[in-house]
Design a protein around this ligand. Structure first.
Ligand code: GLY
Length: 361
C-alpha cells in the first residue's frame, strides 16, 4: 500500500493505492464524511463486478446507499447523464453532507465529479478509479466535466475529491487494451517529467501488463506522485499543468476525426505524443532520435504507432476546435528531451505536417 497526499491551499486529500482497498471503502468514507446516506455512481460493467462488495462495505459502515449509473463510453459523458444522476439523488433526498462516490473509469469519475461539484452546490466526493488510466491521471487533480456538441470537456468544474482509493486488484478484470491505454498516460508522465520512469516502464512493462502486484503498485505510485506534484504547483492549469496535455492536442484531433470508439483515448494520446515529438524534432527543439525512442516503447507495450489518418487539413481543423487554443493560436506541448517539455504557440505548419506523416500508415 502507498499513500500520496495532495496539499492545496484550500483542500488536502490522500490518494491511497491499496490492494483490497475497495472492500474497506465504507470505513474510509465514514472517517471523512459521516452521514446516513451516500450516492454510489458506478459504471454498469464495474457495478456488476464490484458493486455488491463496495455496497456491502458502505452498508456495514452505516450508510444507506443510493445507486446511480454513469455509462462508460464517451457518448455517456454528457449533460443528460448528469441530469439523470441529479434526479436519482434528489428523489432519495441526498443532503449536502452526503458523499458521492464514483466507481469506474475516467468517464464515470468525470461525470460523478461534476455531479458532486454541482449537486446542492457541492457535496463530499470520493473517487474509486477502476482503470489504470483513471488511477494515474483522471481521478487525481479535480478536473470534472462533460462533453457537448462543440467539443470534449467544454463544460465542467475543478472540484477536488476528499479521497481517492485506487485498488490495483480491480485491474484483473480490465481488458488488456485498456491497460495498454493507461500505460500510454504513464509514458506521457515520464516524457514530461521523469526520465527514470521511462526506464522503469521500459524494463517492467511485461510484468505490469501481467499485473504483477509490486510493479503495478510502484507504477501507480510513481505516476500519482508526478500528477500530484503538477497539480500542487498549478491546480487551475495556468502554467505547468498544461504540460499534462502532451500528446493531447494531436491526440484529440485524431480521436475526433477518426471517431471515438474507432480509437481509444490512450491510443490517440500515444500517437499524439509521437506526432508532437516528431514535430518538435523538425522544429529543432529535441534530439532527432526522440520520436523513435518513444515509438519503440509504445510499440513494446503493444500500442499503435501508426494510424489511417484523414488529410492534414481535416486534422488541422479538428485541432483548432480544441480548448487548448488561445487567441486563435494552437498551444503545443513539445518535448525537449526525456523528462522535459515546453509550451509553444509558434510551431510552423510544416512541423505539424511532419508530425502527422510520422504516424500516418
Ligand atoms: N489530465 C490532465 C489534467 O488533469 O490536467
Amino acid at each position: 500500500m502507498a499513500t500520496v497526499r495532495i496539499e492545496l491551499p484550500h483542500h488536502a486529500y490522500d490518494i491511497r493505492i491499496e490492494p483490497g482497498g475497495l472492500e474497506e471503502l465504507g470505513a474510509s468514507v465514514r472517517a471523512l464524511a459521516p452521514h446516513g446516506q451516500c450516492g454510489l455512481v458506478a459504471d454498469p460493467v464495474v457495478r456488476d463486478l464490484y458493486g455488491a462488495s463496495v455496497e456491502a462495505s458502505l452498508v456495514e459502515a452505516g450508510y444507506g446507499v443510493v445507486s446511480a449509473q454513469a455509462g462508460a463510453g464517451e457518448e455517456a459523458k454528457n449533460l443528460a447523464s448528469v441530469e439523470e444522476i441529479y434526479q436519482v439523488l434528489l428523489e432519495a433526498r441526498l443532503e449536502r453532507r452526503s458523499p458521492v462516490i464514483a466507481l469506474g473509469g475516467g468517464i464515470t469519475g468525470d461525470v460523478a465529479g461534476f455531479v458532486a461539484a454541482t449537486y446542492l452546490r457541492g457535496v463530499p466526493f470520493i473517487q474509486c478509479p477502476t482503470t489504470l488510466l483513471a488511477m494515474v491521471d483522471s481521478s487525481v487533480g479535480g478536473k470534472t466535466g462533460v462533453n457537448v456538441l462543440q467539443g470534449k470537456n467544454l463544460i465542467g468544474a475543478f472540484y477536488q475529491p476528499d479521497l481517492v482509493v485506487a485498488d490495483p486488484l480491480v485491474l484483473n478484470s480490465l481488458p488488456p487494451r485498456e491497460m495498454r491505454c493507461g500505460l500510454a498516460e504513464c509514458v506521457k508522465h515520464a516524457v514530461i517529467r521523469d526520465e527514470s520512469l521511462f526506464g522503469f516502464i521500459g524494463d517492467h512493462h511485461k510484468e505490469i501488463l501481467a499485473l504483477s502486484s509490486n510493479e503495478v503498485v510502484e507504477l501507480v505510485r510513481r505516476n500519482v506522485e508526478i500528477k500530484a506534484a503538477v497539480v500542487m504547483e498549478d491546480e487551475r492549469e495556468g502554467g505547468v499543468r498544461a504540460h499534462l496535455n502532451f500528446g493531447h492536442t494531436f491526440g484529440h484531433a485524431i480521436e475526433s476525426t477518426m471517431g471515438y470508439g474507432a480509437i481509444l483515448h490512450g491510443e490517440a494520446v500515444g500517437l499524439g505524443m509521437l506526432a508532437a515529438s516528431r514535430a518538435a524534432a523538425e522544429f529543432g527543439l529535441c534530439p532527432s532520435d526522440l520520436p523513435a525512442t518513444i515509438a519503440e516503447l509504445l510499440s513494446a507495450i503493444g500500442l499503435p504507432i501508426r494510424a489511417d489518418l484523414p488529410d492534414n487539413s481535416s486534422l488541422g481543423r479538428a485541432m483548432r476546435h480544441d480548448k487548448k487554443v488561445a487567441n486563435d493560436l494552437v498551444r503545443f506541448v513539445l518535448p525537449r528531451g526525456l523528462g522535459q517539455v515546453e509550451i509553444r504557440d509558434d510551431l510552423p505548419e510544416t512541423c505539424v505536417d511532419a508530425g502527422w506523416e510520422f504516424i500516418r500508415s
